[in-house]
Design a protein around this ligand. Sequence first.
Ligand SMILES: C[S@@+](CC[C@H](N)C(=O)[O-])C[C@H]1O[C@@H](n2cnc3c(N)ncnc32)[C@H](O)[C@@H]1O
Length: 269
Amino acid sequence: MSATSLNNREFQQFRDMIYEIAGIAMGEAKRQLIAGRLSKRVRHYEMDSFSDYFQLLLKDKAELQIAVDLLTTNETYFFREPKHFDFLRERLRDDLRGGTQPLRIWSAACSSGEEPYTLALLLAESLGTRQWEILASDISTRILDKARAGIYPLEDAANIPQELLHRHCLQGTGQNTGMFTLEQNLKKRINFRQINLNGTLPDVGMFDVIFLRNVMIYFDQPTKRQVVQRLCAHLRRGGYFFVSHSESLNGISDELQAIRPSIYRKPHA
Ligand SMILES: C[S@@+](CC[C@H](N)C(=O)[O-])C[C@H]1O[C@@H](n2cnc3c(N)ncnc32)[C@H](O)[C@@H]1O
């Protein structure tokens, strides 16, 4: 058996593993994807088969994290689904503006950071004097390293409004020529942290706004329900919950009320 294709048993093993750890449900159509993404690790160890690699994962936690990193899909970009940010901008200028406590937002599957950095730009621009902080979490440690660094090619800034770009972003020089990042004053308000949504959550406190976008698509119905329920316990009454336009909480949550397509609110009482 060549190490570029997965036999049925191997496919089942990896598929069970990623489901058990991350809640990611991979159907038959994902067989090639698993083989493609893990084959470089099989080659790295000069192993003869995926089975040998699977045996390694059972005893090597660091390698298991690498495999999880490889099996997640991290596509994201700045100001993705702009209607969400238009809506949030309005709320930041209205009911979210008051309050003596800092406003808290959680980007719960933040990937390489574009979502929490978009939120930071919006908060800097629209919140006024209220303090704020963002928790940005993901299961993938590799992608979180990228998010923490927060250095992106200039072409990734295409969707960032020019005035925000000029006011809050810095262009790279030297080896970072052609790149940009956000100013430190905004970056320092984002706490990046590894959190697996498919398990008991750490004590992260309560939030005014939670973004859970483009991750439920990888979960089956029972996992979606559990994840939303867990997150909902960390949403303040009157707080907002965003999912992607391609996702819905229909049949997933009775607690959250739809107020716009893909935008939900936790009732006050
Ligand atoms: C497609 S990205 C979405 C990024 C961003 N929210 C957006 O909408 O652009 C999905 C992210 O979910 C993360 N993810 C998948 N399963 C997860 C889990 N069980 N816990 C936390 N993050 C998870 C992946 O690592 C990936 O970075």
